[in-house]
Design a protein around this ligand. Sequence first.
Ligand SMILES: [Zn+2]
Length: 337
Amino acid sequence: MNPVIEKINAAVKSAAEKCAAAAAAADIEAVRIEFLGRNGLFPALSREMGSIPAEQRRETGAAFNAGRQQIQQLIDEGVARFAKGGDESAIDTSLPGRRRPVGRKHPVMEIADECVAIFSRMGFVPVSGPEMEDIYHNFDALNTPADHPSRDEQDTFYFPDGRILRSQTSPVQIRVMETHEPPVRIVAPGRVFRRDTPDATHGMNFHQIEGLYIDRDVSMADLKSVLLTFAREMYGEKINIRLRPHFFPFTEPSVEYDFSCVVCGGKGCNVCKNSGYIEIAGAGMVDPAVLKNVGYDPEKWSGFAFGLGIERLAMLRYRIPDLRYLYENDVRFLEQF
Ligand SMILES: [Zn+2]
């Protein structure tokens, strides 16, 4: 290979690298000037051809032409790349833009936010706590007996170190009372976990909102009035509530409370199983033992607590017959809300 062919090959390589690295049209023009311009490399090589031995001229001439063509092509491509409006063939700026689908709040979050808004108007402050809890806050401090079935590994998710995924939002109440002097008026919305087999009304994780009100002389009548106000803000002025005696370790006395049926208004239908009422959740006056656990004097302070299942509220609001629809992530379903 003679020195001219070597120079041609090196020039093609160098031109390709420079074109690839070019950041603007001026860089491409500089390549053209360097290699093909009047005082550039190729005209100079052309003059050198005279010194090539006759038997090599044919081969060298072919390499010269091929090299010049390759560099010209690199330059043409570079010019096209940076040409003003050079992409016009690909982008028609007069076409309307593509609409991106707009996201929206999940119905469960929608209802959770609505609950928080309603309780905020009644003076409850939203707070949150950890989803990974210890036994003390989830059970012991809430007065849950040592042999209570909810502590069972069949019902609660345990970590190897003995901590758990909280089975209720109530530990947040304990954490707030441990760190705040009364009076306390909070709501704690959040995700909870239970080892249930998912079906139309149960899931392994779902959402609760829990309320706690501690002050002087708080009574069951205050609890009932808060629940009734909530029921009417959520489902309309015609809703009534009903309290039924129940038992929870955390409260004494305890009640389960029902809303009059949001579908039939109390006349009886298949949603309320013809009872006119729909079970909502549990509530009650905070047990003095729980107040003592957090260092409050039960002689001075009293209060109530209540819980709500957010999925249940959403299912009633939107007439969703099966809890699992909420978590299948089917956009056709979610788009309805
Ligand atoms: Zn009904």
